[in-house]
Write a protein that binds this ligand. Structure first.
Ligand code: CP
Ligand code: NVA
Length: 337
């Protein structure tokens, strides 16, 4: 028996091989079908899971909570104002304490170094629930959704439009490259992924034969796209940059014109969420008043269209996070992949 996942952390996608990521996506589909059929899957009975959130969250927090309970484990939420982490106590000391009580730790926050420090010092699996650099659990849900829609991943054309250097864009470029998905990032020159991220992605693309394109020409990039993906123009922690981003990213909005330019009736729309597609939020209202636009990265029309899959994608966060926890903490027999 080879336990290739047990005891491992998920800090970034590039720590996992193509076969391992594909396995986790397929395990997620299996766990999803168990859940849909009401078949119990208490693989983590008696385990305690720590949920550390420096930044806010709806999906990731809900997904870890429900997934942990479905697996028979107990989740405990510790928010930014609940604990000393980084303020009155070092990452190392916090990690040692949490690792002595919990069996696994989820961390969402700003710095990638912090999630890596928790993994280094806690002695238990640590799962990255989003940092400024990467969003690996999001990727498993995204590519599960792509696979559910197209039956395969290799050779699929994914176009990401918007802020090309945020965590989601970084993760899509690298994960797509590992999985053999062709990824185009349409973004202004000033928001291109860093050289480090591009080089890392290209290293994987050379092996998987996926084609990677970084361009500021969104129209040229659209033809033949299977998946159009976007994310907020301003990520958590950058809220002072709305004015500049709205100016820069307006031409990269996902709207029906862009959908039509794909010339693909079966194109699907994905968004990690939350999305600014109307003025039903405080930020949405403020942006409408200040800049005269009612929608940002995606129009309400696309968001509510037959192409939209963002809510299936959001549900898949739970099934994929469950797979990660079950594989890295449970006693599942997982053959070497
Ligand atoms: N997509 C995502 O991570 O959503 P939350 O910020 O709500 O967790
Ligand atoms: N790029 C976004 C993703 C939210 C899930 C952010 O970091 O705010």
């Amino acid at each position: 028996m080879t336990q290739i996942f047990q005891g491992r952390s998920l800090l970034k996608e590039s720590d996992y091989s193509r076969e391992e990521l594909e396995y986790l996506i397929d395990l997620s589909a299996h766990l999803k079908s168990l859940k849909k059929n009401g078949i119990p899957h208490h693989y983590l009975e008696g385990k305690n899971i720590c949920l550390l959130f420096e930044k806010t969250s709806t999906r990731t927090r809900a997904a870890f909570t429900v997934a942990a309970i479905d697996l028979g484990a107990h989740p405990e939420y510790l928010g930014a104002n609940d604990i000393q982490l980084g303020k009155k106590e070092s990452v190392e000391d916090t990690a040692i304490v949490l690792g002595s009580m919990f069996d696994g730790i989820e961390f969402r926050g700003f710095s990638q170094e912090m999630v890596e420090g928790l993994a280094k010092h806690s002695g238990v699996p640590v799962w990255n629930g989003l940092t400024d650099e990467w969003h690996p659990t999001q990727m498993l849900a995204d590519f599960l959704t792509v696979k559910e829609n197209f039956g395969e991943l290799a050779g699929i054309n994914l176009l990401y439009c918007g802020d090309g250097r945020n965590n989601v864009a970084n993760s899509l470029l690298v994960t797509g490259a590992i999985l053999g998905v062709n990824v185009t990032i349409a973004t202004p020159k000033s928001l291109e992924p860093s050289e480090k991220v591009q080089k890392l992605a290209q290293k994987f693309a050379d092996v998987s034969k996926s084609k990677l394109v970084i361009t500021d020409d969104i129209d040229a990039a659209a033809a033949g796209t299977d998946v159009i993906y976007t994310d907020v123009w301003v990520s958590m922690g950058e809220e002072d940059q709305f004015e500049e981003r709205v100016k820069l990213l307006k031409p990269y909005q996902v709207n029906m014109e862009l959908i039509e330019k794909t010339k693909n009736d079966d194109v699907i729309f994905l968004h990690c969420l939350p999305a600014f597609h109307d003025t039903e939020t405080i930020y949405g209202k403020k942006i409408a008043e200040e800049f005269g636009i009612n929608e940002m990265e995606v129009t309400d029309e696309v968001f509510r269209s037959s192409h939209a899959r963002q809510f299936e994608q959001a549900e898949n966060r739970m099934h994929t996070i469950k797979a990660v926890m079950a594989a890295t903490l449970g006693n599942l027999y997982i053959p070497k992949v």
